[in-house]
Structure formats: C-alpha cells, structure tokens
Design a protein around this ligand. Structure first.
Ligand SMILES: [Zn+2]
Length: 79
C-alpha cells in the first residue's frame, strides 16, 4: 500500500496538473515568439493618395506606390 492520505494524493495531483499547465503555457509562449511577424517600420510605406500600405525589401526612403504610381516617402519613428 502507498502510505498517502486522500488529501495528499489530491494535492499531488493538483500540483502535477499545475506544473503540466505551466509547461504547456511556456511552450506556447516560446512557439508564438518564434513565429511572430516582425516588420521594420523603416521599410513600411504608406501611400497618402490611395492609402495603400506596402513593404519594400530595399532600404529606400523614396519610392513609387505599386497601385497608383504616386511618390511615397518612408516615415521614420521618432523615439
Ligand atoms: Zn498609392
């Protein structure tokens, strides 16, 4: 026989369950942080004429909108 009372067994079960949930939670946080979208604001352009937002892979400050061909200027964040 196992020398454990019902209250001890219940406490052990709940403790193991909480540890299991914490492991799953940390695993999910780790998975989300690795697959999260990251976008540099210096590469994000927004056309003021047609309100189209687009991303360029090249580091340029001035480009043309792919939708309406208007000139767009990259806006930088002032932190
Ligand atoms: Zn445009």
């Amino acid at each position: 026989m196992i020398g454990m009372s019902f209250a001890d067994a219940l406490f052990a079960f709940l403790a193991l369950w909480l540890i299991y949930l914490a492991v799953l939670w940390l695993r999910e946080l780790n998975r989300v942080s690795h697959s999260e979208w990251r976008l540099s604001n210096s590469r994000l352009f927004h056309c003021d004429k047609c309100h189209h937002s687009f991303v360029l892979k090249k580091m340029e400050n001035l480009t043309r909108c792919p939708r309406c061909n208007a000139i767009c200027i990259a806006k930088r964040n002032k932190l």
